[in-house]
Every structure is written in structure tokens, then in C-alpha cells.
Write a protein that binds this ligand. Structure first.
Ligand code: FES
Length: 577
């Protein structure tokens, strides 16, 4: 499968900047020399952009300054010319209203950074949640050879002899604190112990899911996605990315040659076998649309039904990313489900996925479970349909209380997250354990930016009674580290006039996960009356990026990309005069 085609130095894209004997190229060459480089450092060599999403406020990427240098080392070794370019980072913890709000902005920045500079290829450095799809969406559209360098997960957390997992254990212990069972001192110790090194969240949350998805899709080196951020192997992998991207440029190995419907299906199968974050669905759909590949929600459900969940990782299972890596990692997991995959799919190595995973072994069967003893016989994420979600909704049943997967109850509706926050802990809240909690106006437009509010908090009065899960519905997303019987991504969203906007407290709602249905038991006549009385919420933004988002964002089932960014229409290369 390896290509024998090789570009000549004159065919390099950067040659247009550095090659000609004219005034403009004189300027480009003289300015490269201004940095202290000699002609032989850059002339006729692939110019590799190291797109670095480092920032002091992205705590998951604190090792990226060093990794950028290590990637550059690889580029030099292979005969390329590395240039480091900062791009906006999407810090899951610090960005408001939500990092998802800015995913498309970064995708635009990546695309235009790759386009406007004399680059032949790129190493894309990301990992913290939305950085991965943002980098890949921009790179897919620009279609230069690129290789994704995953940040890797942080080391495991620890508290009083207990292993702590990012996010999942925060929610768990926060509920204990709200129930009055955890004092200030213990809470402070948890704060000290939950995030102990550089790297992404170390549960199978959104970051780990998307790093794995990128590798399964063929855009990262084999094994790259599960190496813990602080291990020496991670440095070696960064250098290997630098070496490999230079050859990819000569081979003209671009995303358009790698990405097919099969590579996206491989990504979904990996996601399902991992019990990955529900967020992955939105991002995979967006990436597929950038690649011009026809992928719909039903593809996820179809592949979910045939893929066993075999990664015993939190929040669905027991272990953490470090354990997964030591157990053999993604290569071993994929090798164990080889028959489900499209093994002929091409990857950044120039080899097929099947070749990349061949011979990978599972060293710890408690972490990567045998096919005949899966965590769940079907994959991690199901797609629901019904009159409450005509364009779909998703649920992660493995992270839910099985008892609630078939449930009928009365709705308790909160029209905004602010209303929910203000009322959820009231002692006089009219709520029972079988109530269905409903949150409206938390979708792509309503949030705005589809924040991770989908794991609605359990009312305090029920927490005190020992209730730890309830059926919860929203048009929001949920953190990949979250858990519970949470129906998410309801489409169309309530702010766009979807049926979710019409639900009222006291309505009967039926969730039937085995049948993949979500039903609002209100007559069509009554719903028509409510619709006639409904008015859309006012836009929060009159100008700026927020206005662009409100005008352009698509719904969850379409990937939440901007309408004018999706698709494969050609964009002209910049003129060089
Ligand atoms: Fe960065 Fe979770 S906060 S990956």
C-alpha cells in the first residue's frame, strides 16, 4: 500500500515562496535568514508547520513546549524545515461559555494558518477535548499532509488510597459533598490529588476518545493516542511524528487520500469498543462533512449494535488510560476486533490500519476484556428517535443505571440552566426518583455552543435519600467523563423550535433504550397549540463571533459545524505577487 510516488523539490508548495528568482521570494529568503537560518537549512526542503495549541491556561498541554522541540528534532532529522506556529487553544476547564463555542473558530484558524503560510505539511498538536476535532477539521479542509500528535493522558489521580479519575470522580465526590458526607479537608485533598501531571483527562472522556478516534481514522501514528503525556515514549513519539511528516510530504499523503467512509467507520467502531464520549459523535460527523463523506447518526447506531464494549475504562468501567496503555493500548484493542474493522484503510504511516495493528497483544485482559466477556455486548453509544427527537438524540447506556433504560415518568422542566441551578437544591422541589428531569435551551443555539450541561444534577433532597441516577433529557452535550441516564443532543434543539421546547412539567415521557425510542406522550393537537404559542428566544449576540455562530451553526445531528465551512468546495491558493 506504500506509495512510490515522490514530489520533486520544485513541486513543494513552499517552493512558490522560496524558489523563484524574483523580488518577493528574495524577501521570503532574506527573512528566513533573519532568523539565523542559512539557505541550505530551508531551500528545497519540506516546510513543516508545528501547530502548537500550548497555553498557560491549557493545563492539559503544559508539556507541548517541549514536545514541539522534539517534533522539530524529527523534522530536522528527516531533512525538513520545521516552523512552530501557535494556534488558539481550547482549554476545556477555563474557557467560557464552553470550549465547543470556539471549536469552529479554531478550525477556521487552522485552515487559514495552513493556507496563508509557506507550509508543505503539518504536525497538529492537540488533545484537550475540542482541540483535536478543531485541528483535524481545519487540516481536512486545507488538505495538506498532516499528522496528529496526541497530547496523551495525565497520570492517575489519588486520594487516601483511592484511585481518582478525571471528571468521573469529581461528579461522584461532589454528590457526596452535597449530601453532606464529605468535609472541607477531604474536599481540599481531592483537589490536590485529582490532576497530578501534564496531560489530558485520564478517563475515557472526550479527550481520550478523540485521540483514539484520530488514530483509528488513520491520522496519528500507531499507538500514539494512549501513551501517557509524561512518559519518555511520548517524547519519542513526538520526534517520530516530525520524521514521518517529512516523508508524508514527499509522498503527497494528504487527508483526502487517507479518509474514506471506511476510515470513519473504523473510528466509530473504535469509539464504540472503547465506550467513548458521546461528544465524539458530533465531532466525527463534523469531520466527515469536511471530508465530503456521507455519514449519518444511523451509522453510529448500526456500528454500535455490532461492536462489543471491551475497554474496561471509566466512566463506563473501572480503569484509567495509563492502565489501558500498559494493557496494550488501542492497537491491542483494535487487533482483538480486527474482523469488525476495514483493515485495508490507509493511514499516515503509508500502511493500512490492518498492518499497523498486526500482532498487537493484550497484556491485561481485565482492562481490555475478551470479546466473549465484554462490559456490554453492544457499543457505548445508542441513537434514539421519537416525537421528542425527530432528528435524533444519543445516550450512553453503559454509563447509566440499567434499571432506568426503560422508564416512563413525569417531566420536571427547567427552561434554562440558570433556572435549574437556582432551583435544583430547593428542599420543596416537587420531584420524585421517577421524575424525568428536562433541560431546555442548552443546545448549539440555546447554550449557546451546546455546553456540557447534559448530566443534570440530581436534586439535593433525592441525593440525601440515596438516589444517584435519574432519567435526564436535554439538547446539551455531556462531558465524556460524566455518567448517568442522560439523553443528550436532542435534535432539533429547543431554541430552534424542536419538540423539546414544547415539553411542560407534568407531561409523560417514555424512554425505551432497547427499542431506541424517546416519546413525549402528549397529543398532536395539544403540541400544535403549544407550537403556535411558542416564540424563539432572543439572540444574545448582535455582533462578533457570537453573532457568526448564531447565524451559521448547524444542529447536533449535522456536527455543529458552520454552514459555510462544511463541504469540499475548493478554496483558491493565495496569490504570491
Ligand atoms: Fe483537558 Fe479534560 S480538561 S482533557
Amino acid at each position: 500500500m506504500a506509495s512510490h510516488f515522490r514530489l520533486t523539490p520544485e513541486q513543494l508548495r513552499s517552493h512558490r515562496w522560496f524558489g523563484p528568482d524574483d523580488l518577493r521570494s528574495f524577501g521570503h529568503r532574506s527573512r528566513a535568514k533573519q532568523m539565523g537560518f542559512a539557505t541550505e537549512d530551508f531551500a528545497g526542503k519540506p516546510v513543516i508547520g508545528i501547530l502548537n495549541t500550548w497555553s498557560d491556561l491549557n493545563t492539559c498541554h503544559t508539556h507541548f513546549k517541549q514536545r514541539a522541540e522534539e517534533a522539530k528534532r524529527g523534522v530536522w532529522q528527516a531533512g525538513g524545515f520545521p516552523v512552530e506556529l501557535p494556534v488558539m487553544t481550547l482549554s476545556e476547564m477555563f474557557m467560557k461559555p464552553t470550549s465547543m463555542f470556539y471549536r469552529n473558530l479554531v478550525a477556521m484558524e487552522v485552515e487559514e494558518t495552513l493556507r496563508c503560510y509557506p507550509l508543505d505539511g503539518a504536525v497538529l498538536m492537540g488533545g484537550c477535548d475540542k482541540t483535536t476535532p478543531a485541528l483535524l477539521m481545519g487540516a481536512i479542509t486545507m488538505d495538506l499532509p498532516c499528522i496528529y500528535l496526541p497530547a496523551g493522558a495525565m497520570v492517575k489521580g489519588s486520594w487516601r488510597g483511592n484511585t481518582l479519575g478525571s471528571g468521573s470522580d469529581v461528579w461522584k465526590y461532589w454528590d457526596e459533598r452535597r449530601a453532606g458526607r464529605l468535609d472541607c479537608e477531604a474536599w481540599g485533598e481531592l483537589e490536590d490529588g485529582i490532576a497530578r501531571s501534564p496531560g489530558t483527562c485520564m478517563t475515557m472522556g472526550t479527550a481520550a476518545t478523540l485521540m483514539s478516534v484520530a488514530e483509528a481514522m488513520g491520522l496519528a501514528l500507531p499507538g500514539a493516542s494512549d501513551i501517557p503525556a509524561v512518559q519518555a515514549a511520548h517524547s519519542r513519539m513526538a520526534t517520530q511524528c516530525g520524521r514521518r511528516i517529512v516523508d508524508m510530504v514527499w509522498e503527497d499523503l494528504k487527508p483526502s487520500r487517507i479518509l474514506t467512509k471506511h476510515s470513519f467507520e473504523n473510528a466509530i467502531i473504535a469509539d464504540m469498543a472503547l465506550g467513548g464520549s458521546t461528544n465524539a459523535i458530533v465531532h466525527i460527523l463534523a469531520m466527515a462533512r469536511r471530508a465530503g463523506i456521507d455519514l449519518v447518526l444511523e451509522d453510529f447506531d448500526r456500528l454500535s449494535r455490532q461492536t462489543p464494549l471491551i475497554a474496561n475504562l471509566r466512566p463506563s468501567g473501572q480503569f484509567l488510560m495509563e492502565d489501558f496503555h500498559d494493557a496494550g493500548g488501542l492497537r491491542a484493542l483494535l487487533e482483538s476486533i480486527r474482523d469488525l474493522l476495514h483493515c485495508d484503510a490507509l493511514t499516515v504511516t503509508g500502511k493500512t490500519l490492518g498492518e499497523n495493528i498486526a500482532g498487537a497483544e493484550i497484556y491485561t485482559p481485565a482492562v481490555i476484556l475478551p470479546r466473549d466477556k465484554p462490559l456490554a455486548p453492544e457499543g457505548g453509544t445508542f441513537v434514539l428517535r421519537g416525537n421528542l427527537c425527530p432528528n435524533g438524540a444519543v445516550i450512553k447506556p453503559a454509563a447509566a443505571d440499567p434499571r432506568l433504560l426503560t422508564h416512563r415518568g413525569e417531566a420536571l422542566v427547567f427552561s434554562t440552566y440558570a433556572e435549574l441551578k437556582a432551583n435544583i437544591d430547593r428542599e420543596d422541589l416537587d420531584v420524585m426518583p421517577d421524575t424525568v428531569l428536562v433541560l431546555q435551551n442548552a443546545g448549539p443555539l440555546g447554550g449557546p455552543g451546546m455546553p456540557e450541561w447534559g448530566m443534570l444534577p440530581i436534586p439535593k433532597k433525592l441525593l440525601k435519600q440515596g438516589i444517584r441516577d435519574m432519567v435526564r433529557l436535554s439538547d446539551a452535550r455531556m462531558s465524556g467523563t460524566s455518567y448517568g441516564t442522560c439523553v443528550l443532543h436532542i435534535a432539533p434543539e429547543s431554541a430552534a423550535g424542536g419538540p423539546l421546547a414544547l415539553v411542560r412539567t407534568g407531561d409523560e415521557i417514555e424512554l425505551n433504550v432497547p427499542a431506541r425510542t424517546l416519546t413525549l406522550h402528549v397529543s398532536d393537537e395539544e403540541l400544535a397549540k403549544r407550537r403556535a404559542a411558542w416564540t424563539p428566544p432572543a439572540s444574545r449576540y448582535e455582533r462578533g463571533y457570537g453573532r457568526l455562530l448564531m447565524d451559521q451553526i448547524t444542529q447536533a445531528d449535522e456536527g455543529c459545524d458552520f454552514r459555510f465551512l462544511a463541504g469540499t468546495q475548493p478554496t483558491p491558493e493565495p496569490e504570491i505577487f
